[in-house]
Design a protein around this ligand. Structure first.
Ligand code: TMP
Length: 210
């Protein structure tokens, strides 16, 4: 008898469709009879959402890059303790929209703090709670930016240059190599239904194998 749920994270560049897809996946899992929880980073609870507002506020243009990395890690810690771990203990499938790999790609690589240093502060924050499976929604930086172009509300990171978003993509490629045992690449330049079907199949298989 299994005594823990399954921890799934969705990753990808801005505009990869992560939020839409991960919500649809959580709904589909529920319909198939798997208790699941959709949650997102940065945020997911009151304290972490407050930290999110500070990080993404377009007025905080002078935020130091290490401050940014520490705030993401602090928000992650609170979210993990308050929401993710309790749901896993209830045997749920937790679908988390972004987690540690976002910090490694955005702060570690794209902001040039260094993946290893950002990993250290995040290991302190997550205390071994790595995802069981991470689904990387693969889309080029150009296509991702084109998709967010029409959004009414752009946050501080959406406003970064194409060059920054290209570095985020390259950072993810490093992370994919470093953590290949838990990472699965999904082609995100396809119809949403096809992406959702593929993701659900991978997750159910992972749940049965746990
Ligand atoms: P979202 O657009 O997926 O809600 O995420 C908000 C922004 O925060 C997005 O541009 C990615 C960025 N981000 C990081 O830079 N580091 C992190 O650790 C996380 C979780 C998000």
């Amino acid at each position: 008898m299994r005594n823990k749920g399954l921890f799934i994270t969705f990753e990808g560049p801005d505009g990869s469709g992560k939020t839409t897809i991960s919500k649809l996946v959580a709904e589909r899992l529920e319909q198939c009879g798997y208790a699941s929880l959709y949650t997102r980073e940065p945020g997911g609870n009151r304290i972490s959402e407050s930290i999110r507002d500070i990080i993404l506020d377009v007025d905080n243009v002078n935020m130091d890059i290490r401050t940014e990395a520490l705030l993401y890690a602090a928000s992650r810690r609170q979210h993990l303790q308050e929401k993710i771990v309790p749901a896993l203990l209830e045997n749920k499938i937790v679908i988390c929209d972004r987690f540690i790999d976002s910090s490694l790609a955005y702060q570690g690589y794209a902001r040039d703090i260094g993946i290893e240093d950002v990993l250290k502060i995040n290991e302190f924050a997550i205390e071994g709670h790595y995802p069981d499976i991470t689904l990387f929604l693969d889309i080029s930086a150009e296509e991702g930016l084109a998709r967010i172009e029409g959004r009414d509300h752009k946050d501080r990171l959406d406003l970064e240059s194409l060059d920054f978003h290209q570095r985020v993509y390259d950072g993810y490629q490093m992370v994919l190599k470093q953590f290949k045992e838990r990472m699965v690449v999904i082609d995100a330049e396809r119809a949403i239904d096809d992406i959702v079907n593929e993701a659900v199949e991978i997750i159910i298989k992972g749940f049965k194998n746990e």
